[in-house]
Ligand binder design. Structure first.
Ligand SMILES: [Zn+2]
Length: 137
């Protein structure tokens, strides 16, 4: 025996609804829909909170050592030699060191400059060695 609607008239499985059964069913469906809507609102609040938290985290990470990339760059432009750097206040020096260590952009920038400097020193030493060897042959 099947229970498809077409068989409803012939089937003995169908029973009349009790009084208020459709109203109760509609009420449960509305309640379920409200709960789904509230879950969506809660998910939106959680998502917005996570986005704000991520934004604050990223903003704070833009100032490692308590200074911005621009401040770090300005300090190193005006105090780029070892002697000048050590004339800076100890807290400022520590902020610069921490910034360069923790800021990916500045770290990459100064690593690139350091690599270029090391390359120039190495080629300078190679030239000096070649010159010295040419003198003592
Ligand atoms: Zn930076």
């Amino acid at each position: 025996m099947t229970n498809s609607p077409n068989d409803a008239g012939r089937s003995n499985d169908w029973e009349p609804c009790r009084s208020g059964e459709l109203r109760d069913l509609a009420s449960r469906l509305r309640s379920s829909r409200r709960m789904g809507s509230n879950l969506l609102k809660l998910a939106a609040v959680v998502l917005i909170g996570a986005m704000i938290g991520t934004g604050v985290f990223l903003y704070q990470n833009r100032s490692p050592g308590g200074i911005t990339c621009q401040q770090c760059s300005q300090y190193l432009a005006s105090h780029g030699t070892s002697e000048a750097f050590h004339q800076l206040d100890a807290d400022v020096r520590q902020s610069i060191v921490k910034h360069v260590a923790d800021c990916p952009d500045c770290h990459e920038h100064f690593q690139h400059r350091l690599d270029k400097l090391i390359g120039r020193i190495q080629s300078g030493i190679a030239e000096m060695v070649a010159f010295a060897e040419s003198l003592w042959r």
